[in-house]
Design a protein around this ligand. Structure first.
Ligand SMILES: [Zn+2]
Length: 548
């Protein structure tokens, strides 16, 4: 008979162990990430990224400061009506300015406009920054920290304190750096985030200094690393080993200069390799898809060699490697790619992992099995399209149409017989105007329409919907919310291809479609036509369901 006390203490130990292994992921793609060269998010982009990261299950999303620009203000206004299931939205700002009352500081007040449950406040930890950069006294800096945190605690906020340049500050003047943390605790900080703002620290330093803080204070400690030495992920992991419970970074690593800690890699390293829990276990297989989605929305190429989530992360080329992996995957893979939703690829034989794609197919056709001829046919078609430059992360609706077309479950709602665009020349006000004419056929009926737009694609979109609205009035509510063009790298000497990604909405739902061509108008048309088809398909499905 097992002793009851032993069982109880085992259970208690397990609970404590699990609590200890819980790590909060704090994503700053929309704030620190937006400071990267070449990155600019529209309000739509920001909302899409919030939804994607919420689905993944990160604990916090830092989304900017409503007072800093009208775009952020609009974002915080619009996000209020969107229900988030896993994540807490965070507004970000600095401690009050020197020598004024906290309640008189416009920047501090503007943070309240965000109406977010959490605010992150950054303050100075490095004495040199206090005296030489913001030109105040060491004492006033402490007051600035305390006043600002206390202000937000009084407003009922959860307060994350970002100790800017903490590690450099600690190395220069440990006593003062620690004093800033103590002051933050006195001000009511819920967590103390130690920042390697300049990204110049080594993993051993991060471990030692983080451990000192963890041992000294009871308040939760977090880590925020930049990648200037290529150490941001390693440093973040070391901080967790030293007892940090919160990891800040950006989801695919972009940020100021060399970027931030790449959270998709951090999650892989902590959760898959070290048994920590950063997100729900069942969401681990989403990390690849979400990485590709974030890249697509941000309009950057995700590095093929990105650990865990890159296209080449589990790609084998050498004959011996392929042979080895076929015998036992662990021979040349550190983990099974399916754990993180990635797939194994063999470059020589082009045998892609079927199960990842099968899952997507089954969302449309649940009865299809792994070895069904339909699966093989769809996989072949997808491979062909990917080879042409298609990417379906961020364009699930096009993916759905391809599957339906291949399953014979699809009849187009219309045919574009002909189109023409003219006059892509700026008018006197410098606005780009263009005209488009289209001829569409629905059953046996022909309809022509013409429209003007601020660019050929906009004109085409208008003309197309104008012609089709006669047959399908439900299209009146549809409009484009986003349009992105990416020039694809091509090894051939011929003209480069472009990939166009468009998002559409009918006010209730939003969907995205993709088109690839050597011609930008043609690529846009493919995506536009698919977008309209998706809407009509949804309406038809709704009608059928109502009829049944
Ligand atoms: Zn930063």
């Amino acid at each position: 008979m097992i002793d009851r006390d032993i069982v109880l203490s085992c259970l208690l130990y397990r609970r404590e162990y699990q609590l200890e292994k819980n790590i909060k992921i704090y994503d700053s793609t929309l704030r620190d990430g937006a400071q990267a060269e070449g990155i600019s998010f529209s309000v739509e982009d920001k909302i899409k990224i919030v939804k994607a990261l919420d689905e993944l299950g990160v604990s916090y999303i830092e989304a900017g400061n409503p007072g800093s620009n009208p775009k952020d203000l609009e974002f915080f206004e619009r996000i209020k009506s969107i229900e988030l299931n896993n994540t807490k939205l965070t507004a970000f700002g600095s401690t009050r300015r020197r020598n004024i009352k906290v309640q008189d500081d416009a920047n501090v007040k503007s943070l309240l406009l965000a109406n977010s449950p959490v605010v992150a406040i950054f303050g100075k930890s490095w004495d040199f920054h206090v005296t030489d950069i913001i030109n105040t006294t060491l004492e006033e800096n402490l007051n600035m920290i305390k006043d600002t945190l206390a202000f937000f605690k009084e407003k009922g906020k959860e307060v994350v304190y970002d100790a800017e340049h903490f590690f450099d500050g600690y190395k220069a003047n440990p006593e003062y750096a620690m004093k800033t943390l103590k002051t933050a605790i006195d001000g009511g900080a819920d967590s103390l985030v130690l920042c390697d703002t300049n990204g110049g620290c080594m993993p051993n330093e991060i471990y030692e200094i983080t451990k000192l803080v963890v041992d000294k204070y009871k308040t939760e400690v977090g880590i925020h690393c930049h990648n200037d030495c290529g150490m941001a992920v390693a440093n973040s992991v070391m901080a967790v080993f030293a007892g940090a419970k919160q990891v800040q970074g950006t989801y695919i690593g972009f940020g100021e200069r060399c970027g931030n800690a790449n959270l998709s890699t951090v999650i892989g390293n902590l959760q898959v390799k070290n048994d920590y829990e950063c997100i729900n276990e069942e969401n681990l297989e989403l990390i690849t898809d979400i990485a590709r989605k974030v890249a697509e929305i941000a309009n950057v190429s995700l590095d093929d060699k990105e650990p865990y989530v890159g296209r080449a992360a589990f790609t084998h080329k050498g004959g011996m490697h392929i042979d080895g992996v076929n015998k036992a995957s662990k021979s040349f893979e550190h983990i099974n790619p399916e754990i993180v939703g990635n797939e194994r690829r063999f470059l020589m034989s082009e045998v892609a992992g079927r199960s990842t794609i099968l899952k997507k197919i089954q969302k449309v056709a649940p009865d299809v099995k792994k070895d069904s001829p339909e699966t093989i046919q769809i996989m072949d078609r997808l491979k062909e399209l990917e080879h042409e430059g298609y990417q379906f992360e961020g364009a699930e609706s096009t993916f759905e149409l391809i599957i339906r077309k291949n399953l014979g479950k699809y009849k187009p709602f219309f045919k574009l017989e002909n189109f023409k665009t003219i006059g892509e020349k700026p008018n006197d006000n410098g606005e780009l105007t263009a005209f488009a004419m289209v001829k569409v056929k629905v059953d046996d009926k022909i309809k022509m329409a013409a429209a003007e737009g601020d660019g050929p694609v906009n004109a085409l979109d208008k003309a197309l919907r104008q012609a089709l609205e006669v047959f399908y009035p439900e299209l009146k509510k549809v409009h484009l919310t986003d349009y992105k063009v990416r020039v694809l790298d091509t090894k051939e000497a011929t003209a480069a291809k472009v990939r166009v990604l468009i998002s559409s909405t009918d006010g209730k739902h939003e969907w995205s479609t993709v088109g690839v061509s050597t011609d930008i108008i043609n690529a846009s048309l493919i995506a536009l036509i698919d977008s309209i088809e998706v809407k009509l398909l949804r309406e038809l499905t709704k009608k059928i369901k109502a009829y049944i």
